[in-house]
Design a protein around this ligand. Structure first.
Ligand SMILES: [Mg+2]
Length: 378
């Protein structure tokens, strides 16, 4: 127990435009839509967390802002912020779904607890295994010539991992892009492919076998999230490792996917699982089944990326890196007080107590459409 009490929750709804529209098979995305959760204590501390839903994947901004404002607010006002598991267990009991809102709440509690303890979140959740994580950039511009220019600049900045988003053009376009990247960058490039559920299950194996010549490190979520038997069949049939993203949201999904070996890799995302600590539980299930994990993300600001960096620092085995590139390479603006720490192709794990960042008040005001407080909406 601590002698701090939470007295206010504020939810800031923000939209930050992207430099270019990205196509992800299951939808085009032109910016980051986030509900930022700010918790304030009677001692004057402020903790932050982020919910950045994607309607075709996890949920809506409106739904998650309401989840925080109406349903989760009563779970934290007057409570001691260090009671993270009791508060989150209650949050899961009073509200089904909305894992992004729960992730935002948990992150804000961890941020406060870290400031009280004088420890970064990575240490609070077990301690860091590494200080930096190799960064993957997603190749997702329908205009591949523009993408090639971006890739060139990002390559020069030290990034060596590239994930091709597919499903917005035909199979020949995907093969052409892979061939081109292998030709230009040779074996130094680490290539992955994310179908975002875009392949037809009846014909998926043949498509994936065509990719193997270009030596991808993994193929992500080839079929629809509910086609889990097909996903398991694909995983057995092809040599390239298969990653589950949309098919593994929470601990229950992970248990089932591990028991039936539906994939070789799970993509961890706090927004899918309801927070950093639930992701660590999923990673433990994966580890016990010989399944690798990967640091995935949604369309997020550097606040959620920071939470992801703390999470992935605390994972024992990590060979595939993370994709926390949005605030550096995708968004028009990084709203945090300090730029998200990407250099030499790596994300550098924060060392400040708590989350280690906060929104800049002026940037927040510039991109904010609404603020929800204890008193109501303004
Ligand atoms: Mg994915």
């Amino acid at each position: 127990m601590s002698d701090h009490r939470i007295i206010e929750m504020r939810i800031h709804c923000v939209t930050i435009p992207a430099k270019t529209v990205h196509s992800h098979g299951s939808g085009d995305v032109g910016g980051i839509n986030a509900a930022l959760c700010e918790l304030i204590t009677d001692s004057g501390l402020t903790g932050w967390g982020e919910a950045s839903p994607w309607p075709v994947f996890t949920g809506t901004l409106e739904g998650n802002a309401a989840a925080l404002h109406v349903h989760l607010r009563p779970q934290v006002i007057g409570r001691d912020p260090v009671l993270i598991e009791p508060i989150m267990t209650n949050a899961e009991r009073v509200l089904v779904g909305h894992p992004e809102a729960k992730a935002a709440l948990e992150c804000a509690l961890l941020d406060l607890t870290g400031q009280i303890a004088g420890l970064p979140i990575a240490e609070l959740v077990g301690g860091r295994h590494r200080d930096s994580i190799p960064l993957s950039f997603s190749v997702a511009n329908p205009d591949f010539d523009a993408d090639l220019e971006d890739i060139g600049a990002i390559w020069d900045s030290g990034v060596r991992i590239f994930k091709l988003k597919t499903g917005f053009a035909d199979h020949a376009f995907d093969l052409m892009r892979l061939e081109k990247l292998r030709h230009v960058y040779g074996d130094e490039a680490r290539l992955r492919i994310d179908y975002n559920q875009g392949l037809a299950a009846f014909d998926a194996i043949r498509h994936i076998r065509d990719l193997e010549a270009f030596r991808p490190e993994f193929v992500e979520q080839p079929v629809r999230m509910f086609e889990r038997e097909a996903l398991a069949e694909i995983t057995r049939a092809v040599d390239v490792p298969i990653m589950a993203d949309e098919s593994v949201f929470d601990v229950r999904d992970a248990t089932r996917a591990a028991a039936h070996r539906m994939a070789d890799i799970f993509s961890l995302k706090t927004a899918k699982s309801g927070g950093i600590r639930r992701c660590i539980e999923i990673a433990a299930i994966a580890r016990s089944a010989g399944i690798e994990v990967y640091g995935g993300c949604m369309f997020e600001t550097s606040l959620a990326h920071m939470a992801g960096a703390h999470l992935m620092a605390a994972i024992p085995n990590l060979t595939l890196g993370c994709e926390f590139y949005m605030s550096t390479y995708y968004a028009q603006d990084d709203i945090a007080t300090h730029p998200f720490p990407v250099f030499d192709g790596h994300v550098h794990v924060p060392v400040l107590p708590g989350l280690g960042t906060a929104p800049d008040p002026e940037a927040l005001a510039r991109y904010r459409s609404q603020i929800l407080t204890n008193e109501g909406a303004t």
